[in-house]
Design a protein. Structure first.
Length: 73
């Protein structure tokens, strides 16, 4: 499956095939999450709860950086 990047004003847009939209249960106007992995990028439906959990985890790791470094030793 392929997708095309097109120009939209001063930005670019990725046109997703309708088969992929259906598989991901997406509709026009929905948000998606883009995750970089070794092989490229993973596109998945945006999950507000997952995003909130990641924000909390980042905050905890930042606030407890020294303790986490000691635990990793």
């Amino acid at each position: 499956m392929t997708a095309k990047v097109t120009k939209v004003g001063n930005s670019s847009a990725l046109i997703l095939p309708k088969e992929l939209m259906a598989k991901l249960n997406l509709e026009q106007g929905d948000s998606v999450s883009l995750t970089e992995v070794a092989a490229g990028v993973v596109i998945s439906p945006y999950d507000r709860q997952k995003e909130r959990q990641l924000e909390i985890a980042k905050k905890v790791m930042r606030e407890n950086r020294n303790m986490l470094k000691k635990l990793a030793e």
